[in-house]
Design a protein around this ligand. Sequence first.
Ligand SMILES: [Zn+2]
Length: 215
Amino acid sequence: MAKQVVRRRSQRQVEDVKGNRGPADLDVLQSLVTEMLLAIGEKPGRNGLLKTPERVAKAFAFMTQGYHRDIDQLLNGALFPIEYDEMVIVKDIDFFSMCEHHLLPFYGRVHVGYLPNKKVVGLSKIPRIVDVFARRLQVQERLTVQIAETLKSNLNARGVGVVVEARHLCMMMRGVEKQNTIAVSSSMLGAFRSQPQTRQEFLKLIRRGSVADSD
Ligand SMILES: [Zn+2]
């Protein structure tokens, strides 16, 4: 049965030219969750679990909705011409993602900075860009780079810096079982890479009140 289910999914989830996929297939997800409950020794028919497959399917559809969000559509009408050429910073953007190795959450904060090149993006769009990439199966490093490259190319920015600080449940609940470890990743593009002063300014401005400091 499981094999049949997987085949149905792969037929439906065809990527379009931009690599976007359609919404999650809730029916298939539900049957897989029932299979999973059986496989771990549970009884999917017992009272507490009756609606679990439906709930989990909906939760997974929500947590992976980034697969069918389109960046061009998101930024449509949100780019503004401007002469301002100082650094723009949006820090402490909360995010929740899921590691692609264990399907367990990792979560934390994203800090974004960029040097505009005659245009800026509406500030509220930056957290939404973060969500587009966080709401997929991810590894932290790729999430970091995707956010940075998306901003660099869509804004034609002179430079972009992205720092992600995250806790990984796959490290906390299992594996090394380290509860207080924070993984930090960064991506520096353009002037943020080539000019140490620019990079330092960004790192200084995001440092105050970071996740790492609050512990
Ligand atoms: Zn993991």
